[in-house]
Design a protein around this ligand. Sequence first.
Ligand code: SF4
Length: 233
Amino acid sequence: MNLAVLDQRISECRACPRLVEWREQVAREKRAAFRDETYWGRPVPGFGPPDARMLIVGLAPAAHGANRTGRMFTGDRSGDVLYAALHAVGLASQPTASHIGDGLELHGVRITAPVHCAPPANKPTPAERDACRNWLEQELDLLAPTVRGVMVLGGFGWQALLPVLAGAGWTVPRPAPKFGHGASVTLAPARPDREPLELFGCYHVSQQNTFTGRLTPAMVEQVLSDTARAAGL
Ligand code: SF4
């Protein structure tokens, strides 16, 4: 198994009936508005090199963003903020992301999510989150030789990621570390083939946060830089 095979398997998953129906319904209804594009309408796999030292974990694809383009955080306002910040700190080859094939490359960073299908109202159910958990565990297992830093966007991603990390070979302290913007914690290895992992929290780059000024580009760039430094980038 390698990441390319894993990504292909994820993109064919149909384990969650509600999410399969939603992602395909959105694609059917919106296809006409984007007639020059192929509307993805499937699970969105992670994006970035297979030897990434740093991982960014969001929530789930947006209905008209990644669910449309097939690439994480690509094609919506959240992605505009994230990719501009990644470029500003030297982790992306360009400040914008519009579609697969736009030339964008990430430098040492991979972006993924605990839920790979767009959920209605951006809210997966606990059962859907749990159904998708195995995909992220496998991704972490494949990235474990190189990944040393994780930046988590938002409290949902943080809550969803902790049990995945525990299942993938790291020790999660008890009580569980709380999410917060700028929060950080070091997870010790629970297996001999794992290295310590530095976890950083960042408010989600959603419009709800960026339009209100709760999260500024400088705040995103700061957590990106902190995580990159911890990851050895
Ligand atoms: Fe499969 Fe995850 Fe999508 Fe559910 S959310 S259908 S487990 S890829």
